[in-house]
Design a binder for this molecule. Structure first.
Ligand code: ASP
Length: 631
């Protein structure tokens, strides 16, 4: 059953049956970006029912958003969508004060579509089925949107964010979860700011993590915990700095971002093991209680120990029982009951756990530990030993690995340089401006050592320069293949768009660097060009007979049968202009000879009308052309 609230929404039943479709947004300006908002439920969209209790209201949020001037710019929507503006995508208004630095960065018009789940749930009623549904929807719409926002109840928000962080493998785009303590329908509520700031992040910044935006901060989801049932600053990440803070400026802490450092495409791992449990120790816990947690079907438990990972070392009965269960293949992951800090082997009472084969959960939150266990247990290709090893490894920034503190010498030098020359740069601005510039020049000089040095001094590969270009854009444009590979392995983002709306992939295509295009595609990059616009670009290449460019687009994932606004495919145009090599290439790639343009004319008709006998013959011998496939 599709919703009728006038939003571009879709309904998914709890069994996962899809009943409608999400309408994607064709961006037609460099100043726009697209975000898919998945609405799963929570206080943010709740109303009071007849019994006086808060419940989620179906088909209401979209209608409300359309009437909220701070969440939907009616004038822009009218201009942009004309007659369809009542059912079109929502448009986030832009910040009025143009002089703020972050307004220049967060300058895109965020167009967003709402995908409402059915039924909407209080997050206390959510299960791993909903996490899987959300992950599958992100997978389905991954290439169609710049970023994702999930509206969610706060009660189990940290569990969902943690689970999604593991399930979304090699994530390259921003996925922001948010909710609120009071409903968006209330006049005094935290919902507006949480939602709005989530949209700004998802539409303007490539923060390739599952994050939680709440109370003026952006946190790494798997580091976060709900700390407060009443306050608007309900979440915190006690063992990790926020990834961004929202003041007058939006300050993104680029150095803290966690990125995949492998050249692999985004994928979703949509299996989770439910045979896991959280066992919180307390003085005088009985052997029977512990034993209930260690019995089949349980395959893994998070043991919440005291302080820095301590258990009663004088309870030999309990320790022997845990050891026997571990020997049978059960995984026991040790985490602290303390909100802040990590487990360690400092005390004898902590060391005993290590001795009997308990796995260290370092400084993970219970939510992250439980969902990581649930994820790791479904990796059938891993042995139990490997699973234990992966639990101790930092997979998504969920735990702290002690690494040498990077030297700040470069940053210090920059600040003293600016002070000496009276540049009036505070350290934050100096780092933001100078690091990208220094990285850019290291790329031009083909100098990976200098890049490495800058990174260890606090520079970040995804931090854009004044034109919103990253070092990866520059390397892709300059054709520096090995530097591109080097930077991708250091976590450079393939999705960042510059001021001209170009991603690194656009740069590589524009300059026909085929090896680089392959690398980027293998790392999850994809073309984000509306189909008809892509058709025009392909036809332009075919007009010039530019086979190299057509190959560039093909490697980047373009469909070479894509037509332009007039219905012409590149093959039509190649025939019209008599570009034989180009036509041969397109035919070799399986381009259709029966494609009709707006006048009903096929490539064959074009060749005949252009009087190109040679081209007609070429078409007639098409069946013998399979051998000409140009790679
Ligand atoms: N019970 C609500 C939920 O988690 C609380 C909230 O959204 O703040 O769905």
């Amino acid at each position: 059953m599709a919703t009728t609230n006038g939003t571009l929404s879709v309904v998914r039943t709890r069994t996962g049956r899809r009943c409608s479709h999400v309408e994607t947004i064709d961006l037609d300006s460099k100043e726009e970006s697209s975000v898919l908002v998945i609405y799963s439920g929570g206080t943010i969209g709740m109303v009071i029912n007849e019994g006086g209790a808060l419940v989620p209201a179906s088909n209401a949020l979209g209608r409300h958003i359309r009437r909220c001037p701070f969440l939907h710019d009616v004038e822009y929507a009218k201009k942009r969508f004309g007659d369809k503006c009542e059912t079109s995508a929502f448009v986030l208004p832009v910040q009025g004060i143009k002089t703020l630095a972050d307004t220049k960065r967060a300058r895109r018009r965020v167009l967003y579509t709402l995908l409402e789940y059915e039924p909407l749930l209080d997050s206390s009623n959510m299960t791993s089925d909903e996490w899987i549904a959300i992950a599958e929807d992100i997978k389905k719409w991954y290439k169609s949107f710049d970023g994702f926002v999930i509206l969610h109840g706060t009660d189990t928000l940290a569990y969902s964010a943690s689970a999604l962080s593991f399930m979304l493998e090699n994530l390259g785009k921003s996925v922001v979860l948010t909710g609120s303590q009071l409903s968006l329908f209330e006049p005094r509520s935290d919902a507006k700011d949480n939602f709005l700031e989530s949209l700004v992040i998802a539409g303007n910044y490539v923060i390739p993590e599952v994050t939680i935006c709440f109370g003026r901060k952006l946190y790494r989801g798997n580091r976060t915990t709900k700390m407060d049932t009443e306050g608007f600053s309900a979440f915190d990440s006690p063992n990790a700095l926020p990834l961004a803070t929202f003041g007058i400026q939006i300050e993104v802490n680029y150095r803290e971002l966690f990125r995949p450092i492998v050249i692999e495409k985004f994928r979703v791992h949509s299996k989770l093991n439910s045979n896991v449990a959280l066992l919180r120790l307390f003085p005088s816990i009985t052997l029977q209680t512990v034993s209930a947690f260690l019995r089949p079907p349980i395959q893994g438990i998070v043991l919440q120990s005291y302080g820095s990972g301590n258990v009663p070392s004088n309870r030999v009965d309990i320790l022997e029982m845990i050891e026997a269960a571990i020997d049978e293949g059960l995984i026991v992951l040790n985490c602290s009951q303390c909100i802040r800090g990590s487990v360690s082997n400092a005390y004898e009472t902590g060391k005993v756990l290590c001795d009997i084969g308990v796995t260290s959960g370092a400084d993970m939150t219970p939510e992250a530990a439980l969902t990581k266990l649930s994820y790791v247990l479904t990796k059938d290709e891993w042995s139990v030993e490997k699973k234990r090893e992966m639990l101790e490894r930092n997979l998504r920034g969920e735990l702290t690995v002690t690494s040498p503190t990077p030297s700040m010498s470069e940053a210090v030098r920059m600040v003293s340089f600016s002070a000496k020359h009276n540049l009036e740069l505070d350290p934050y601005t100096a780092a933001n401006v100078l690091f990208p510039a220094l990285l850019g020049s290291a790329v031009l000089d083909d100098n990976p050592n200098r890049i490495e040095q800058l990174l260890s001094s606090g520079a970040d590969l995804s931090q854009p320069n004044v034109d919103q270009r990253t070092p990866l854009h520059i390397a892709c444009c300059e054709g520096k293949t090995s530097l591109v590979e080097f930077m991708l392995q250091k976590g450079a983002s393939v999705h960042t768009k510059d001021r001209y709306d170009h991603t690194p992939l656009n740069e590589a295509v524009q300059h026909d660097h085929h090896e680089i295009i392959k690398l980027l595609v293998n790392c999850g990059a994809h073309l984000m060009i509306p189909p008809k616009v892509l058709g025009e670009k392909l036809c332009k290449a075919a007009i010039r007979g530019d086979v190299t460019k057509l190959k560039s687009y093909k490697i980047a994932g373009a469909n070479l049968n894509q037509c332009d606004q007039s219905g012409r495919t590149p093959l039509h145009v190649a025939m019209l202009h008599g570009h034989k090599e180009c036509a041969l290439y397109l035919l070799g790639e399986g381009c259709r000879m029966d494609a009709e343009d707006m006048m009903g004319l096929t490539p064959r008709d074009y060749a005949a009308k252009a009087g190109s006998i040679g081209m007609v013959t070429l078409l007639e011998t098409k069946n013998t052309l399979h051998h000409v496939k140009v790679l």
